[in-house]
Write a protein that binds this ligand. Sequence first.
Ligand SMILES: Nc1ncnc2c1ncn2[C@@H]1O[C@H](COP(=O)(O)OP(=O)(O)OP(=O)(O)O)[C@@H](O)[C@H]1O
Length: 592
Amino acid sequence: MWYSIIKALLRGGEIMDNILEEIKNDLQSIAETIKAITNVDVTIVDEKLKRIAGTGPFKEKIGRYAPKNSAFEKALKTGRQYFIVNPGKHPICASCEEHQNCKEELELCIPIRNGEKIIGILGMSIFDKNTKIDFLNKQEDFKNFEKRFSELITTKINEKKLGVMIEYRSSELMTLINSINEGIIILDSQNRVVTVNKYLKEKLNVSEKTPVKSIFPVKLLQELEKKDFEGEVGPVEIKGIKFVINSSPIAVKGQRVGTVLVFSDFSKMQESVYKASKMSEIVTFDDIVGESDAIKYAKSQAIQIADSEVPVLLLGESGTGKELFARAIHFQSSRKNEIFMPINCGAIPETLIESELFGYEKGSFTGANVTGKIGKFELAKDGTIFLDEIGDLPLSMQVKLLRALEEKEIVRIGGYTPIKVNPRIISATHKDLYQMVLEGKFREDLFYRLNVVPIVIPPLRERGYDIIILANYFLEKFNKIYGKNIKGFSKESEKLLLSYPFPGNIRELRNLIEYAVNFESKDYISPETINQRLHRKTLEEGKTLAEMVKNYEKNVIKEYMLRYGSDVESKKLIAKKLGISIATLYRKMAEE
Ligand SMILES: Nc1ncnc2c1ncn2[C@@H]1O[C@H](COP(=O)(O)OP(=O)(O)OP(=O)(O)O)[C@@H](O)[C@H]1O
């Protein structure tokens, strides 16, 4: 029943088929009032002739159908009123299936309209002669009753629609509130609990009857005392769960009439970042492959300081494994169960870097998320932050980073409250930071703050036979991934690999082996397959200069992708290095 009403309402408020049935209690009261005032019996039928209300002899017939071919049916069809004296003998009633049993002295059939549509009939029946005389004297008044009665019915229908709509809307809202995977509490203007959603009822065992003082932390209660409180509190602990609580006012005509509080599970927020930052990718020092003295020395240094809190600066060319080292240090430290948060300082636009690192309060700048945003420092406040490409950090941010590290607290953009943070910092760069200090491009104080323990990660070309060890390590890995069974490298291939300088370091070697595994048709990786990837033709006879230039550009881009990777961030970095926009890079890649 409700379903059809709601459907009709949603269709734009069309009248429902059985609307008279919906307001039958109202109709019965109206019928009884008419009877009490006029002494005339009343019956109301719907458009299918079903009796919805009735007085006197009609009362017991409610729910049954009025006779076929009766004056009621005719009035329904024609939309006209029928005023019938002595109905049993009247020609209009001649075909009525009940006309022979008719005891009525007089009958008035009035169509009931809702808008243009006739939705039923109001029948007035007189069974005794005295009332008949009275009625005949006032017949004009009764005939004029039609318009008023229809208006009354329309009002009742609209009230009903509104009631249904309100009920629908509130049940829609409750379904929504209960299906959300966050806690919601709605307070009235006196800060009393009006609604608690399913999530919080289950998590905290609270209900609408729970006094706020017994659930809310003092910090939140204090904020709620401020009349215009709007914003975020937390993380605060309630019954062992850490929540960040967001408050928004409910306003009616500019007046605050209540508050919606949204409780977000802080550990879940951290967890999602945890996953996003591939924290599940646990790296140990055993995953750092290599037997050369250079890599062994770097590893031994890193192992020594892993479990201390000391800041580390990893120095090395791109692709040498700096992030791998940072992860291995984190997972060997006492912070291993906290977040490892990599941040590529070179890949975040200068205008966004502060909000990425420190977050912002809601509405603090155009384009900001309306609910505000927690920054990476806050999310990883007890974990490890890996600041990759630290040399690309703008000078203005260097000051703010230094302050955050020294004071162990941050303030979100647009906020006032300092937030305690204590992440371990591992930074990395392929640039000569000291030279940058001398040139005034990097702050000296920050340099010394980050560079407590510098660890140099050697380039692959200085790691001798590691190239072959790593090549076999990647071969095994990609054999598994691509379902291949390539047994190793031919002697010539090994020689070729050992003589190549690998400017893109291990990332380049890794990509080269992935390519070779895919394209090698022999049992051992051949020099031809490797050459296909490494060598570029310098002279292409029969081509125009423009075509050669185009090919050259494409090869340079390919080469850079081998070196730096091909994901979006790498492409941004490549575009920056080549001094072109990312759009130009994409265009050159797509050129025929
Ligand atoms: N010693 C190693 N053993 C195994 N894999 C390694 C080793 N060093 C690096 N890799 C792999 O090489 C790739 C590049 O490493 P990583 O991203 O750590 O380099 P990076 O120095 O941080 O590069 P960039 O400066 O460009 O960010 C990764 O896939 C990493 O797993």
